[in-house]
Ligand binder design. Structure first.
Ligand code: DGL
Length: 274
């Protein structure tokens, strides 16, 4: 199975794309809703929570885990890959969403035309970490990065305030500096934001390319499995979709459908606190 881990519901936007790209594979999703949001917490706490989620998914038989959470894919993922994985699960792998999102965005950039200005929005923890900056600079040292923490968006989205005037006002406020700085690509660096993709595109205008992170990550996951047949062979392909949450099952299923864009019929509640 492929594990998909998020602090809560936003990772379901990625699971949807993974399911579409790899329909035959079995996926198990864990949303740590009881302790979400991660985005305002310290790196130490986010690492601890992420490690517990990863252990749970490996115990459930996952061969590969995708951390479908930008906040956990920044600093905590490095520590998971460089320390925890090597010590405890050397035969398995954990991947994040930041590297494939950056690779996907770079594909639409014209290296020869003008200066590449990239705008990124995300949680406080993701914006304070240097993860996006480092990945972009690796691919193109000339790229200029403009970041903006947008902490009010996750609660508004979870409340279902997608078309509300208030949400659009807050978005306009958050996006103003990026527009003024004339970014040509905008990265939605948080798993929740793809549900606002159209609204954001409407606000920034068609001259700014709003990158589609879930699609880019799904494409690269497919490519990773082709390049690693030894791992791919071990992954169960029985079309299972299993959902776990650390909080209320009903709320997970009802609000989760907005992100997953399909009914979520069965959810199991688990406890990650030892
Ligand atoms: N999943 C988180 C992210 O992509 C957003 C929600 C949270 O802060 O936990 O950054």
């Amino acid at each position: 199975m492929i594990g998909v881990l998020d602090s809560g519901l936003g990772g379901l936007t990625f699971l949807k794309e993974f399911s579409d790209a790899l329909p035959g594979y079995s996926f198990v999703y864990l949303g740590d809703n009881a302790r979400a949001p991660y985005g305002n917490k310290s790196q130490e706490i986010i690492y601890k929570y992420t490690r517990q989620g990863v252990e749970f998914l490996f115990d459930k038989g996952c061969e590969l885990i995708i951390i479908a959470c930008n906040t956990a894919s920044s600093e905590p993922l490095k520590k998971i890959q460089q320390e925890f994985l090597l010590e405890k699960y050397p035969d398995k792998n954990v991947l994040g969403v930041i590297v494939p999102t950056v690779e996907g965005a770079m594909q639409s950039i014209n290296y020869n035309s003008k200066k590449n200005k990239i705008g990124i929005i995300g949680t406080k923890a993701t914006m304070e970490s240097k993860s996006y900056d480092q990945e972009f600079k690796k691919l193109s040292p000339k790229v200029e990065i403009y970041k903006k923490a947008t902490p009010l968006l996750v609660p508004l989205i979870e409340e279902g305030w997608l078309d509300r005037r208030e949400t659009k006002m807050i978005l306009r406020y958050y996006l103003r500096d990026l527009k003024n700085n004339k970014v040509n690509t905008l990265i939605l660096g948080c798993t929740h934001y793809p549900v606002l993709h159209k609204t954001i595109q409407g606000i920034v205008g068609s001259q700014i390319n709003v990158a589609d992170a879930p699609k880019a990550v799904a494409l690269r996951l497919k490519d990773y499995l082709t390049r690693h047949p030894e791992r791919d062979e071990k992954i169960e392909k029985k079309r299972k979709r299993i959902f776990y949450t650390t909080d209320d099952k009903k709320r997970f299923a009802s609000i989760g459908q907005r992100f997953y864009k399909a009914p979520i019929k069965k959810v199991e509640k688990i406890n990650l606190e030892q």
